[in-house]
Design a protein around this ligand. Structure first.
Ligand SMILES: C[S@@+](CC[C@H](N)C(=O)[O-])C[C@H]1O[C@@H](n2cnc3c(N)ncnc32)[C@H](O)[C@@H]1O
Length: 240
C-alpha cells in the first residue's frame, strides 16, 4: 500500500523514533532562547508530527500549540498530549489568533518545503506569530547533510513489532533527497515517499532576512558552536 507522506507512517512513527533525543533538543532550544533574552511561557511547534517534539515543552510546564498538516500525525499527538493544543495548518499559510514567545521546528520538518519561496513564507508566518523579542529556533539538513546521510543509504531493522526498510538517495540534478520508507506491522505493509530540499546557512540567512527576522545565528548541536560548511544539520536562532 502506498500512502501520502506522514499518513500511514503515523501509526509506527513513535516506535521508529523511540531513540531520538527530543528531551535534549528541547533543553538546547530553551537554553538558546534564554541566551537570546527571551522568556518562554508559550511555544508553537511547527511540524509537531505525533507530538514527540512538543512533549518536552509540555513536561516543562509551558503552554504548547502543535501545528501540522497531517491529520493522522495530529490524531496521535492529541491522544498523547491532551493538555496541548493542536491545529491542522500548512507552514506557509497558517494564521492563528495567538502570538508566542517561541516558535520551534525540529527534526528537519522545514526541509519538507521544496521551494525556497515556501520556506520564506513559513518564516514570515513564524515571525508574524512571535511576540516582539520572541525567538524562532529550528533545525534543517544542509546539502552536505543530505548527501552524507541520505545518499545511497539503506536503514533496515525492527523496533518492537515494526519492521522498517528505508532507502535514501540524493539527486544531484534536482538537489533533492528522497527516502522510500517501507514499514510493516503485523500483516500490514506500506510505503511512503518523502522528499527533502537542503537549506544551507547562507540561503537560510537570506530567507530569514527577507521574512523580517533578525539576529540570526547558525549553530551546531549540542554545544551551540558556529556552524561550518561541513555541518550536516544546522540549528538556527532568529528573533522578531
Ligand atoms: C520529520 S516529521 C517531524 C515531526 C516532529 N517534529 C518530530 O520531531 O518528531 C515532519 C512533520 O512535518 C509535517 N509537515 C511537512 N510539511 C508540512 C507543511 N507544509 N505544513 C505543516 N506540516 C508539514 C509532516 O506532516 C510531519 O509531521
Amino acid at each position: 500500500m502506498q500512502g501520502e507522506p506522514f499518513s500511514l507512517l503515523a501509526e509506527v512513527y513513535d516506535a521508529i523514533m523511540s531513540d531520538v533525543e527530543y528531551d535534549a533538543w528541547a533543553d538546547f532550544i530553551l537554553d538558546l532562547a534564554l541566551e537570546a533574552g527571551t522568556g518562554v511561557q508559550t511555544v508553537l511547534d511547527l511540524g509537531c508530527g505525533t507530538g514527540n517534539s512538543s512533549e518536552p515543552f509540555v513536561e516543562r510546564g509551558l503552554t504548547v500549540t502543535g501545528l501540522d498538516l497531517s491529520a493522522e500525525m495530529l490524531a496521535v499527538a492529541r491522544h498523547k498530549l491532551p493538555t496541548a493544543t493542536f491545529v491542522r495548518e500548512d507552514f506557509t499559510t497558517f494564521a492563528l489568533d495567538q502570538r508566542f514567545d517561541l516558535v520551534v521546528s525540529v527534526f528537519d520538518s522545514l526541509n519538507n518545503l521544496l521551494d525556497p519561496d515556501d520556506f520564506r513564507r513559513a518564516a514570515e508566518r513564524a515571525r508574524h506569530h512571535l511576540n516582539p523579542g520572541g525567538c524562532f529556533i529550528f533545525d534543517v539538513n544542509t546539502t552536505v547533510g543530505l548527501r552524507n546521510l541520505w545518499e545511497d543509504d539503506r536503514a533496515e531493522g525492527w523496533v518492537d513489532d515494526v519492521y522498517y526498510l528505508w532507502e535514501h538517495s540524493f539527486d544531484e540534478r534536482t538537489g533533492l533527497a528522497q527516502v522510500v520508507a517501507y514499514c510493516e506491522k503485523g500483516a500490514r505493509g506500506f510505503t511512503e515517499v518523502h522528499l527533502e530540499r537542503p537549506y544551507d546557512a547562507r540561503e537560510v540567512r537570506a530567507l530569514l532576512a527577507a521574512a523580517g527576522l533578525r539576529d540570526v545565528q547558525v549553530l551546531t548541536y549540542p554545544y551551540g558552536r558556529p556552524a561550518t560548511d561541513e555541518t550536516e544539520r544546522i540549528w538556527v536562532v532568529a528573533r522578531r
